[in-house]
Design a binder for this molecule. Structure first.
Ligand code: COA
Ligand code: AMP
Length: 625
């Protein structure tokens, strides 16, 4: 087998040969003759004449090959005290039946289905059922508020919404149905049906358009897989951009299946019969790629964990799950490990469990600080791999190829470029920077299979957001550098996106929420460094002249406003009322300068500043002097 350098070179020099070979890991209803179609560049299409079904590849083929008794999904829910194993045969039965239920209510090829569910196996069943009949799923993270859900419903225009009666956050029961009803009130689009999975913790009252999951399943007939064209969308996943309107990342079917299957072996080194535990949520891209599709495409076992790393009931949960299920690879966000470390700095809970099955820990979603890396390495004594990717890319862009040729770990680096991804760093005017120098990180087109193909119903925004600033390249929105050994260092976003506890959020959306308050004249939200959550948002608000509201009341109202509009996950709890915001002479708020000061950098004021006195007055507030 080729080592890292050779594999990387082959993928860049002869991409079509490389990805033709990789495509043999997938079952095709019609094998692709063409690998890459660039005739409509910058829109690229992988395997344009191939036909396949993602659900067939994730389930049916493993059962047909005689592995029906193998565990496909292990539902481990400390918050409900439940553990349930679904074999591949059982999973197939459930999915085929739910696909039948969807077909019965008129959902078919190309129709959208929004899935707004907590971490219950039915969320994966619903996703795979959509894939089975060629419907396009769009999973919305359960922590988003009705307003965010409504925006996504309007954009995706789903025929049906699938939900559960409640989610469980620690000891808190969150009823989903009222949130959904509120979203339906806010949205212009009205889905025909709402399918509700009733959970015993809170049973929802069903209305006219509602259907009970169990009742539907009881009468539904299983249906077979519908072959789709490789370029047909498998799903839309909304992610934060710089404005209030989220971006509907479109994922194709064939390219994604090939890329995930390749990554499962080459990067994660997880194959048939082995277990992967991705401690994330189906609402995020990690959940799509490495809780649901990746492990199942590989014939492996996935752990579906409903809980938090700490507090449910103790900081030993991850270790328990690993020991009980012989987990080979753990994938989580650094923030989870920091949360565990905070409660169990000695790692004493580790002693209670046999972790000999665990080979590697993979971390992503935010920067891995060297201290957390060291702590995890010291406690576990196995490789801890930082790797970098985005909702848009669908799978890792920088990583360590553990299944090919593991390279040494460099603290602070998100490892090396993954085969298929041609990473370049440029300066402010688009020129290449020398090795080791920070700049804007770009990916050369065409992106490999598995990356986004466009934004839902918005080709123009796809181009303007990612492709127009540097023609021939995809702009990642991340800044950083590549060192002499080819290691990639991600230093942070170059736009208004922040990462709070591994959750990607837009400060622009938060500003839009704050600006809706009648007392607010203008505002700025910045992400500042936080030792536990990586980043936390801080808001700065200027009140309208002559406003007589009590400041404490305004702050409390604003915190509630953001929580109600975006969701608890926005975590904006720190808002300061200030007399003015520092701006450039052209009126742009100096968010980057504010962020630098808040994070302790001794930045000199930019030469374009309008009024230096405003910045000087804000300095002590930013620094919390
Ligand atoms: N539904 C409803 N509310 C949710 C939610 C969900 N699915 N997820 C989070 N929230 C709420 C939380 O309860 C919390 O509410 P509170 O302000 O009332 O306490 C708020 O949103 C903020 O959540 P979070 O930032 O996640 O903080 P936390 O203290 O609940 O948990 C961690 C902290 C680190 C344990 C948790 O964020 C975590 O596991 N992060 C990893 C994320 C991840 O896997 N990302 C994917 C990349 S790998
Ligand atoms: P998301 O789309 O939610 O997966 O978030 C993607 C963003 O998270 C990236 O653009 C980065 O800013 C950040 N990110 C992801 N992985 C890493 C990493 N390993 N190191 C630093 N930042 C990361």
């Amino acid at each position: 087998m080729m080592g890292y350098q050779e594999t990387f070179r082959a993928s860049i020099e002869e991409p079509e040969t490389f990805w033709r070979e990789a495509a043999t890991a997938i079952d095709w209803h019609r094998a692709p003759e063409r690998v890459l179609d660039g005739t409509a560049a910058p829109f690229y299409r992988w395997y344009p004449d191939g036909q396949l079904n993602a659900c067939h590849n994730a389930l049916d083929r493993h059962v047909q090959a005689g592995h029906g008794d193998r565990a496909a999904l292990i539902y481990d829910s400390p918050v409900t005290g439940t553990k349930k194993i679904y074999t591949y045969s059982q999973m197939l039965e459930e999915v085929a039946r739910f696909a039948g239920a969807l077909t019965k209510i008129g959902v078919g090829h190309g129709d959208r289905v929004v899935i707004y569910m907590p971490m219950v196996p039915e969320a994966a069943i619903a996703m795979l059922a959509c894939a089975r009949i060629g419907a396009v799923h769009s999973v919305v993270f359960g922590g988003f508020a009705p307003n965010e859900l409504a925006i996504r419903i309007d954009d995706a225009a789903p025929k049906a919404v699938v939900t559960a009666s409640c989610g469980i956050e620690g000891t808190r029961i969150i009823e989903y149905k009222p949130l959904l009803e509120r979203a339906f009130e806010l949205a212009d689009h009205s889905p025909d049906h709402c399918i509700v999975l009733q959970r015993p913790q809170a049973v929802a009252e069903l209305g006219d358009r509602d259907l009970d999951w169990s009742e539907m399943i009881a009468t539904a007939k299983p249906v077979a897989c519908v072959p789709v064209v490789s370029t047909d969308p498998l799903y839309i996943l909304y992610t934060s951009g710089t404005t209030g309107k989220p971006k509907g990342v479109v994922r194709d079917t064939g390219g994604y299946a090939v890329a995930l299957a390749w990554s499962m072996r080459a990067i994660y080194d997880v194959g048939p019969g082995e277990t992967m535990f991705s401690a994330s949520d189906v609402g995020w891209v990690v959940g799509h790629s490495y809780i649901v599709y990746g492990p199942l495409l590989a014939g492996a076992t996935t752990v579906f964990f409903e809980g938090k790393p700490v507090g449910t009931p103790d900081p030993g949960q991850f270790w328990r799950v690993i020991a009980e299920n012989q987990v080979k690879a753990l994938f989580t966000a650094p923030t989870s490990l920091r949360a565990i470390k905070k409660e169990d700095s000695e790692g004493s809970f580790l002693d209670d469990y046999d972790l000999s099955s665990l080979s590697t820990v993979f971390l992503a979603g935010e920067r891995l600080d060297p201290e957390t890396l060291r702590w995890t390495q010291d406690r576990l004594g196995i490789p801890v791999i930082d790797h970098w990717w985005q909702t848009e890319t669908g799978w890792p862009v920088a990583a360590n190829l553990v299944g090919r040729e593991p390279l040494p770990v460099k603290p602070g680096s998100a490892s090396v470029a993954v085969p298929g991804w041609n990473i370049t760093v440029v300066d402010a005017v688009g020129g290449p920077v020398p090795r080791g120098t920070d700049g804007t990180i770009l990916l050369k087109l065409p992106l490999p299979p598995g990356a986004l193909t466009t934004l839902w119903n918005d080709d123009e925004r796809y181009i303007s957001s990612y492709l127009s600033e540097y023609p021939g390249y995809y702009a990642t929105g991340d800044g950083g550098h590549i060192d002499d050994d080819g290691y990639v260092f991600i230093m942070g976003r170059t736009d208004d996106v922040i990462n709070v506890a591994g959750h990607r959020l837009s400060t622009g959306t938060m500003e839009e929420a704050l600006a809706a308050h009648p007392a607010v004249a203008e505002c700025a939200v910045i992400g500042v460094a936080d030792p536990l959550k990586g980043q936390l948002p801080r808001g700065f608000v200027v009140l309208k002249a002559g406003d007589h509201h009590d400041e404490a009341t305004v702050v409390a109202d604003l915190i509630a406003l953001v929580r109600n509009r975006i969701g608890a996950v926005a975590a904006l709890k720190d808002i300061s009322i200030v007399p003015a915001l520092p701006k450039t002479r052209s009126g742009k708020i100096l968010r980057k300068t504010m962020r630098g000061i808040a994070d302790g950098a001794d930045e000199s004021a930019p030469s374009t500043i309008e009024d230096i006195a405003v910045l000087d007055a804000l300095r002590p507030v930013l620094r919390r002097d």
